[in-house]
Design a protein around this ligand. Structure first.
Ligand SMILES: [Zn+2]
Length: 310
């Protein structure tokens, strides 16, 4: 029996809003399952797969919804993509991770009993249908996402995963985000710190690469932290280092866009004012960058341009 026979399953692969298609690499490409919550309250109107699909398509400019499955508060399992599809939900891990999202904001509420039951059932079936499945992880356990408050609820308890236990019949390859000792903190102090680690931070941020952690680098780090909702202290510790390793794409930036994310992009492009306002000069820079990198030249920072920038 396949997961398609689950009584609560609803095939939404064709009905959800989409704009193009993701590539399908086959079920054998999936070695991991990533668990998410939707960050939308269950009581709100926008707390369902249909709303996420519209948001991911229209606001983020993605080909379709990011998740393979959405489990709604009433336990309905909405099937959004074939198992092998590489959709967007865990950055660099998208190719090998299948995404299951439980509708709700579990910072403030709890998954319903029906949701938990559906999650257990779905995962039981997926274990059989993903021949190379090695591990089930929360979103924030994937590289580059340790700062993310997702999925918040204790999915391990729900799924009965203990310690390093793995889905039956498979072996885990558990990977942990690199740990940094407090002595490895990069910060503004006198005399200025100087190291190769500072250089790599400067490369990501677009600050001139001299390896010296001076005021300009500290300012760029602060901008970056603001843009990604990190603790704003101008210090590169675990959280910031991990976000720097793979700055998550946060949707399209174009002429008229404003804010800290624009600042991060301006800093990275270099040679323009870092004012957080996407105006004519920023657009021109983006076009030049796109041309130089063989991208479609439209002056808009979408996923591809973002990927080249960071
Ligand atoms: Zn997530």
């Amino acid at each position: 029996m396949s997961f398609t026979s689950l009584p609560k399953l609803k095939d939404c692969r064709k009905s959800l809003t989409h704009k193009g298609s993701y590539r399908n690499y086959g079920a054998s490409s999936k070695t991991h399952i990533a668990i998410h919550h939707s960050l939308a309250r269950q009581s709100s109107g926008g707390c369902n797969a249909e709303a996420y699909a519209r948001y991911h398509t229209r606001n983020n400019g993605w080909p379709g919804i990011g998740y393979h499955f959405v489990i709604e508060a009433d336990g309905t399992i909405k099937w959004c993509h074939d198992l092998g599809v590489k959709s967007y939900h865990v950055g660099n891990s998208n190719r090998f991770a299948l995404g299951i999202c439980l509708s709700g904001d579990f910072r403030y509420e709890k998954p319903t009993a029906a949701q938990k039951e559906s999650l257990v059932n779905l995962v039981q079936y997926l274990k059989r249908e993903l021949p190379n499945l090695k591990a089930i992880k929360g979103h924030n356990e994937f590289p580059g996402y340790s700062w993310k408050q997702c999925p918040v609820f204790n999915y391990r308890a729900v799924l009965g995963i203990r310690g390093n236990e793995v889905p039956s019949g498979t072996t885990i390859t558990s990977y942990k985000a690199p740990r940094t000792q407090s002595s490895n903190l990069l910060k503004l102090e006198r005399p200025y710190m100087k190291s190769d680690a500072v250089k790599s931070v400067q490369k990501v941020l677009g600050v001139s690469v001299d390896g010296i952690y001076g005021p300009k680098t500290a300012r760029a780090v602060t901008q970056f932290q603001k843009a990604f909702g990190l603790t704003v202290d101008g210090i590169v510790g675990n959280q910031t280092r991990s976000a720097l390793a793979s700055p998550p794409y946060r949707g399209i930036l174009r002429r008229g866009s404003k804010g800290n994310l624009v600042k991060v992009v301006q800093q990275k492009l270099g040679g323009i004012a870092v004012d957080g306002v996407f105006g004519a000069k920023t657009e021109k820079k983006v076009r030049a960058f796109q041309k130089a990198n063989g991208l479609a030249v439209d002056g808009v920072v979408g996923r591809n341009t973002w990927g080249k920038l960071f």
